[in-house]
Design a protein around this ligand. Sequence first.
Ligand code: PEP
Ligand code: MG
Length: 597
Amino acid sequence: MLFANFLKKDLMNNSNEKIEEVFKGIAASPGIVFGEVYFFTKHTPRIEEKNISSQNIENEITKFEHAIKRSEVELLKIQTLTEQKIGKSNANIFEAQILILNDAILFKTICELIKRTKKNAEYIVNLEITKYQQLMLSSADEYMRERAHDVEDVKNRLIRNIQQEKLISRFKNNTIVMSETLTPADTVLFSRNNILGVVTETGGTTSHAALIARSLRIPAVLGAKGICNSIKNSDEIILDGNRGVIILNPTKETKKNYHARQKEFEKFERRLEKLRDLPAVTLDDFEIGLSSNIEFVEEIDYIHSQGSHGIGLYRSEGVLIGQDIIPSEEEQFNAYKAIADKTFPFSVIMRTFDIGGDKVVDEHVKEENPFLGFRGVRVSLASEKFFTTQLRAILRASTRKNISILLPMISSLEEVRESKRILEKTKDDLKNENIPFDEKIKIGVMIEVPSAALLAREISAEVDFLSIGTNDLVQYLLAVDRGNENIGNIYQELHPAVLRTIHFVISEAHKAGKKVGICGELGANPLATLPLLGFGLDEFSVNPAMLPEVKKIIRSITMQDAKRVALKVLELSDTNDIKNYLKEELHKVVPDIPIND
Ligand code: PEP
Ligand code: MG
């Protein structure tokens, strides 16, 4: 394979003709786009030395000034939080860092050097601050030597902020970003810069980055192993997020084919648009709850454009993305209130922070197995103050009575009870302070850990509703990391153990008189709609891009058929048999639906 690539490059050099190559990855977010590659290498920032023209000197100095301002805002936030959490003396180091940023002599020296040497800002900042550091490190005073690390932090922060501007200015309007890995924060940064698509070497369909790409409607192919070694900056590619394919140097013929496929895809989407204002009701008149999963307030306008729907899962950790510190109660309140207001008169299920795993992580917590570690409600319960801040913000935002609370990663009854105790105490505090909130606010539990599934009846008795999170439930039931592309083929949402567990959870909750929704990606898998309805599922909450498709299936079937299919599926014990059976049944009722394997 290596030899083949080598040969191809050789041929290319000789004939100067570019050779078309096809790469395969995981179809993580739909859409077909044509563009130029931009390599994103955030994790190993390199400091480039560049000559700048006389006209660009002012521009370079402005970049430096903006980076100082941005760094100062970040440090002030960190300083305030540290002071609140662990006292003023510990926060002093940030004050010292801010003093370095505001050092007039350093500022003047750097500006003068940029002018005199005509070199770029990040290069001069690195050079000049490293000089200070070395002086400090060679000092006989131990205190002084230790402070050199603070200087290193300030330097890195400044360089990062200078590079941030540089990076954003590099996105052209036909950019497809390619990277080894992708964090949710990167994806958000890209979406705010209108890039066309993303390709990575790592990550699977339910990795957090993939979910965000889908929510933000950025076509994506993840898990394309080895692609970064074969493709260069500015190469021309086609990204097919429907099939998980990347085509390098497409020929005229290929481009023509893909333009036709792009049109076909857009036509299918337009057909679904006609369902926009129709209810999600089966042919035999059963109305089914249909709502959306979101993470950012920006997504709500898109949901409105897809028809009238509530939000079945708001991933509140969206407010933490790109922040160095946890937002204050007031900041959180404003974010939650904006979501509740924009969703009204429909309702929104707000999940408390699901920090950890492959999502927003506390960089001070280093774990061997983050998915089995400090994650979700475990983080909230570890600090009553942290949890209470979020609950107060949610409760204060609930005055329109359209919010429910959802707890992530519950694995025992004790966690449910402890969370409820803290919620009740928070309500009492607000009452005593005469702050209004919805006193009848509902609370639910995510069923995404096998132990919680087995305790579904007892947990249901404690709360108002359950929501099944299949993205995690599948990974924990089958012991398959949801983001690991190497084992993507054994991450099977339609595994008999998964379907039987879901059936069990729904039956147990119904015995306790409680409703059950699904908010994992399985809810948007066309093959799953029939069995889930047949199991008695009350609500589907899906990625907004999938709303029309799920609605189309619901409107094409009868509950009677769904029950028949559900019963049959429970008898099957081989994933492939289940898939084949479900494909057959689905094609009988919705023949034109595209199914991804
Ligand atoms: C899930 O696990 O299915 C879920 C909806 O939560 P998340 O994807 O945010 O972990
Ligand atoms: Mg989950």
